[in-house]
Design a protein. Sequence first.
Length: 219
Amino acid sequence: MTKGSALIVGVGPGLGLALAAAFAGDGHPVGLFGRDAARLDTHVSELTAEGRTARAYPVDAADPEGLEAALTRAADELGSPEVLVYNAALMRADTPTELDAREFAHTLAVNVTGAVVAARTVLPLLRDGRGSLLFTGGGLALDPSPEYTSLSAGKASLRAYVQALHKQQQGSDVHVTTVTVSGSIGGDNPRFSPGTLAAAYLNLHQQPQDQWQAELLYT
């Protein structure tokens, strides 16, 4: 039996690409979403050269209508989704007293609102009404930084949204989880290498239903 598609929002050369590779390697057709069309095409070429099914969908996660349209098109072209991974984030150094209102709103549009749009779009499209909605959180949701205030606020808001969605979906066949990454991705610690992290997401998708949880604290 063929597997449903995996839609990865926020694909760059680090964790996003590793996530696409992990789910493609598991037999899922993958849709890669990001702002850089040329980079997405390169990643798709790498995956298809390995015999995987992958397509690029250039889109800005801060554009609700564009994101909804891109996700819907991917579901049409790749088949009904089985997995959504929302990995988009905008990281900007800022302090509580220096926040610019417009920049703060734009950061939240990427870090939180885009996740809401993606979830609401993909949920009714899930193959046979079952699948996984996985979100990349961060340790700043638990321990906010005065140097990265908007990112801290965004990750805290995302965590609250995902936990609420998890509670709403309890009793259904939809697994909703945030992966709270408390470490530097791609740093010296091999546990935080993109490939190792991506394997944790794939494991969450494959978990038996009695092990489902609202959050994976990845430390």
